[in-house]
Design a protein around this ligand. Structure first.
Ligand code: FMN
Length: 178
C-alpha cells in the first residue's frame, strides 16, 4: 500500500470532483485529499506520490495551487509527481501547462494531463465569475455550428478516460525508482 497526496483547489467543483474520482481509482492505497483552499500541507516527504490539480482561470493556475508549487518546488522536482488541470478551452491545455509549470517540474513529472473541464454559469460563486463564464459560454457556442444540438455538444466536459490513464500512470510509477 502506497501513500498518495492529491493536493487541489477548485472554484466551482470540477477539479474537486476529478480529484475525488482519481482517489476512487486508487482504492487499496492510502489517499489523502487536500483542498488547498482549506489547508496547506506542511510537508510532502511522507508521500509516495503527489498529484497536483488546478482549474485554469484567466490562463493561470488557481492561486493556492501556484503557492503550493512555489512552496514545494525543490521537493516536487525530486518526488513522484503528476499534474492535472481542468479548463474550458481544452485545446489550449498544453499551452496552459507550459506557461504555468516550471519546465524542470514538467520534465520531471511522471504525468501531466488535462481532465477536460466544464463551463457552468450557475456553479460560479460571484457576479464576476458568472459574467466571465457567460462570456466564455457564448464564445464557445458562437464558434460552433448554429444548429441547436451541435451548439451544446460544443461545450467541454470532463473526460473520465484521462483520469483513469492518470491513475494508471501513478500505479505504474510505484514499480519504478525515482
Ligand atoms: C473567471 C473564470 C476565468 C476562467 N478562465 C479560463 C481560461 O483562461 N481558460 C480556460 O480554458 N478556462 C477558463 N475558465 C473555465 C474553468 O477553467 C472551468 O470552468 C473549470 O472546469 C473550472 O474548474 P473548477 O470548477 O474546479 O474551478 C475560467 C472560468 C472562470 C469562472
Amino acid at each position: 500500500m502506497k501513500k498518495v497526496l492529491i493536493a487541489y483547489a477548485s472554484k466551482s467543483g470540477t477539479v474537486k470532483a476529478c480529484a475525488e474520482r482519481l482517489a476512487r481509482h486508487l482504492e487499496g492505497h492510502e489517499v489523502v485529499l487536500c483542498d488547498l483552499e482549506q489547508s496547506m500541507p506542511s510537508d510532502i516527504s511522507e508521500y509516495d506520490f503527489v498529484a497536483v490539480g488546478s482549474p485554469i482561470r484567466m490562463s493561470k493556475l488557481h492561486k493556492r495551487v501556484a503557492s503550493f508549487i512555489d512552496k514545494f518546488d525543490p521537493a516536487l522536482a525530486k518526488a513522484r509527481v503528476g499534474y492535472f488541470i481542468c479548463c474550458g478551452f481544452t485545446d489550449s491545455a498544453e499551452e496552459y501547462m507550459t506557461k504555468n509549470l516550471p519546465a524542470e517540474l514538467r520534465e520531471r513529472a511522471i504525468t501531466c494531463a488535462c481532465f477536460g473541464g466544464e463551463l457552468n454559469a450557475r456553479a460560479q460563486r460571484g457576479w464576476f465569475d458568472k459574467y466571465i463564464m457567460r462570456a466564455m459560454i457564448s464564445t464557445v457556442l458562437d464558434d460552433g455550428a448554429h444548429d441547436g444540438e451541435m451548439r451544446t455538444a460544443n461545450l467541454p466536459s470532463v473526460d473520465p478516460e484521462s483520469i483513469s490513464r492518470f491513475a494508471g500512470a501513478i500505479k505504474e510509477s510505484f514499480g519504478k525508482r525515482k
